[in-house]
Design a protein around this ligand. Sequence first.
Ligand code: SAM
Length: 220
Amino acid sequence: MVDQLEGNPILQEVLGKAYEPLRMFHVKLEQEGEPRGLIGPRDVDIIWERHILNSAAIVPFITDNFGVTDWQTVQGTIADVGSGGGFPGIIIAACLPQASITLIEPMERRVIWLQEVVDELQLQNVQIQHCRAEEAVVPQHGFDVVTCRAVAPMRKLVGFTMPLLRHGGRLIALKGASIEQEIEKGRSQITKAKGVNPRAYEAPVGPGLQSTHIAMVDKR
Ligand SMILES: C[S@@+](CC[C@H](N)C(=O)[O-])C[C@H]1O[C@@H](n2cnc3c(N)ncnc32)[C@H](O)[C@@H]1O
């Protein structure tokens, strides 16, 4: 089955230098993703849009956080919680080669997959922690940014992601269209977890493609 975006110039336009490593990731996902339970059977011909470009939509929100526009120069520590098949953590690592990316994932077979991907794509900037976020080893002052996609609703997510952040750090989560309601429902848990200024943005995925949504919360 051929991916609907295969050969489309949008891919290089959006991904820049990360296109080459992510093309290898795409091949691996196409061959092994569904049998290994990392993507759904109906996703096989839409891996570029649903998983890779969708994940890449978070990158400009991360670079904004560091006040840098050139993806090649972004530094800082980023933890991706519940990386699963590598979304968005592997895509972030390919796009931001100077940043330090920690993938946190408790399921063993997903950790094995993530390690294979890191080795095959020769990503030099990734560490993997095989544990739940609640048990993760955190840098002395906390991570600069925590990312995630499809892990938990905001009211639960903040409880195990905000403690990973340094003061002034930022949670940046890929979310569905109901993000505003999720934020409303989670206001007291956000405050309790030392979160401030929760907000939602529409995030472009690529020219002519349906956009996605981002939630951001700063750590007091
Ligand atoms: C629905 S999957 C999403 C995977 C990937 N982020 C994606 O968007 O395709 C949720 C992932 O979160 C992980 N997870 C659930 N609770 C977690 C926790 N407390 N800490 C870290 N990871 C967690 C699960 O093991 C699973 O891989």
